[in-house]
Design a binder for this molecule. Sequence first.
Ligand code: ATP
Ligand code: MG
Length: 497
Amino acid sequence: MRVSLIGSIDRDLNSTYEQFVPVAPRLPLDSQVNPLDEAKLATRYSFSNYSLAVEELTFYSQQSLLDELAAANTPQQKDQLFLSIDALRQATRRSLAVDTQRPIELSQAELERLINSPDGRLTLNRSVAVAANVQPTLMRLLVLLVPFQAPELTVGEPAKLQDPATAVGLRLVYVGRNLSTVQHLLDQLKNVMLLLFGVGLVTAGTGAYALAGQALQPLRRVQRAAERIGGQNLTDRVPVPTTGDEVESLARALNAMLGRLEGSFEAQRRFTSDASHELRTPVTAISGHAGYLLRRTNPTGQQAESLRIIQSESARLTNLIASLLQLARSDSGALVLSRQPILAALFLSDITRELAPLAQAQQTTLTAVGEDVTFEGDPDRLKQVMINLVSNALKAGAQTITLRSAQVAGEVRLSVQDNGPGIPADQLERLFDRFYRLEDSRSRDQGGAGLGLSIARGIVDAHGGRIWLESESGQGTTAHVQLPIGNVPVLDEDDVP
Ligand SMILES: Nc1ncnc2c1ncn2[C@@H]1O[C@H](COP(=O)(O)OP(=O)(O)OP(=O)(O)O)[C@@H](O)[C@H]1O
Ligand SMILES: [Mg+2]
């Protein structure tokens, strides 16, 4: 933009130069200028937007100047040449809209460039003072070096002029045009473009955001559905948008993958369930036969010991099979809950009463405290959860175990706190994996199968609650079970006995 504007100014300077050349000789010399000079005023009217000047280097042609420049070998000789040129310029200067006290100056280098240029022209940006007491303004300046043959213009050293008719000389013509309007225009244009760019950017950004939001809507629906699907509801599928694009293919691929996962989960669950069923009868038979041999025959002391081991290991296997069956059932979503209102405090004290003999056997203090919150749940299943938590604490060797109930954020929280050895933080979640136990409890005889916590999680999940462990090594462990209150009938004060 700037380049094309400057190009058009340069073209304009050229045409002004052509109009100015015939007028130039009529302008008075700067040294004789009268501010009210009529010729000058009339010319100013024709060239109102320009600063113009003309200087004459009589007896010089471009070639002779070039020769003299080439002959000036030392800097002093060069200075001498330019001094004489400057004297001629000053004596012959005629100008219009240039302060006579501050004429347009050209440096030695610029003059040299001009003389050396093949077409005798030079274009510069230069500050020019257009009148006395006025700040110089930035101008685009065209300087031309043109030969002329006009005896009436020859001034300077007329004594040397033998034949005025053959007088030759070089004219230095300056045509300047104010750049401030162009600069102003460019500044305005820049502001407009910046504004347009800003508006365009904001509009494009908002449009792109809105379009992207709309385009991503089906993907978000698929994402939300995929996030809801877990082991418990593998039969669900993500919605398939009929967009005919990659999102639709992605949803179809996800559904196909869910189908395959469901198939392999189902096969695994069926295997566990079938294997447990098949194992139940032989294990019961082994245990029964061992009992029969103990009761009805007279085994030696060592034989009786082996039979008792067979009996206790069969009992462990029976428990394990029952646990596996229950896990298989909760995996398939077939865990049926029989919900009824439960009084938390009463529920916990029942459990302590039931487990008191076990606790006493290892000198552990087992107590129940807390608020009496009523909530809805399956008491048998939840008892199974709590018994596993208490038996875990007992197995860990806790000396005190406290069962607590409290109402937290509209839910009931049942906790089992012990002062056992605690659990390392990185193991807390892993203990809910099937068959996962801490290293030391694997080596202990009383260690279980490692299924209790996963069964507990299955039961708590079926209640719509959550179960987690909090522990610090050496500081004991607290297991929390938090359940929704559910639909419990509001008791009238009169109903309370
Ligand atoms: N309160 C606790 N303190 C220390 N370790 C614990 C505690 N509760 C659980 N654990 C660790 O977590 C493991 C897993 O517990 P989980 O109840 O799942 O299995 P288990 O008790 O070993 O066997 P199961 O319950 O199937 O008879 C335990 O073996 C034990 O190492
Ligand atoms: Mg356990």
